[in-house]
Design a protein around this ligand. Structure first.
Ligand SMILES: C[S@@+](CC[C@H](N)C(=O)[O-])C[C@H]1O[C@@H](n2cnc3c(N)ncnc32)[C@H](O)[C@@H]1O
Length: 220
């Protein structure tokens, strides 16, 4: 890692890292007032997170990513662009999901999450019943869960799992809704690689339904 980025990891990350202990009012984590808090899980090199934070200065962003070079890149870009609306969880997102208050997040992004294509590894996929319960608990009613992937098998898996969960409705009205990237998003690094190599990408948007936060029972 370059010296400049090492300095940011040593000096800025402790300041921007999500605090330990109980999390109550997420909006109070940000120095400027924010009207909502959005979460990106596995932001990789962080280009989408930075784009969203720059485009939505009144939203607070939590980015979860254990890959330290990606974290360093986000810290560098946030400093360069004077962004004050990002907090970082530089670790596995799952324990963070458990700590976030119920109905506290307006939007969750899970973009080009590892597809684990081998059948014996499918259980490692981030989209699973336990994580969907956690996302349903933290999302506000009407909040959005965005998923994208270039792996057709993982797309089918994620669509089936999320449709089987009572807490989410798929908002697509026609093919353009899953074939085209949402207009307010930009291509991530993995997405760009997939498109360059000729693979189709699929974009799924789900709405958190109902008004009762918390884990929802599975359909029989
Ligand atoms: C295939 S990469 C995609 C990165 C980025 N979203 C993109 O589209 O370019 C998946 C990322 O998810 C991160 N990741 C994997 N499991 C994770 C977890 N449990 N919590 C947070 N991030 C995770 C990995 O470190 C990796 O950076």
């Amino acid at each position: 890692m370059r010296d400049g980025r090492r300095r940011l990891v040593d000096e800025e990350l402790p300041r921007l890292r999500m605090p330990v202990g109980p999390l109550e009012n997420l909006q109070s984590l940000f120095s400027d007032p924010v009207s909502d808090v959005w979460l990106e899980i596995g932001f990789g090199a962080g280009e989408h997170l930075i784009h969203q934070a720059e485009a939505n200065p009144h939203i607070g962003f939590i980015g979860a990513e254990p890959f330290i070079n990606g974290v360093a890149r986000v810290l560098a870009e946030a400093e360069k662009k004077s962004l004050h609306n990002i907090r970082i969880h530089d670790d596995d997102a799952r324990p963070l999901l458990e700590r976030l208050p119920a109905a506290s997040i307006g939007r969750v992004f899970l973009l080009f999450s590892d597809p684990w294509p081998k059948t014996r590894h499918h259980k490692r996929r981030f989209v699973n019943a336990a994580n969907l319960d956690a996302l349903a608990r933290i999302l506000k009613p009407g909040g959005e869960f965005r998923f994208a992937s270039d792996d057709a098998g993982f797309v089918r898996w994620a669509l089936a799992a999320t449709l089987a969960h009572d807490g989410f409705d798929w908002t697509a009205k026609g093919p353009a809704d899953w074939r085209e990237r949402p207009p307010d998003a930009i291509a991530t690094r993995y997405e760009t690689k997939a498109l360059t190599e000729g693979r189709n990408c699929v974009y799924l948007r789900f709405q958190r339904n109902g008004s009762t936060p918390g884990p929802t029972p599975k359909k029989a």
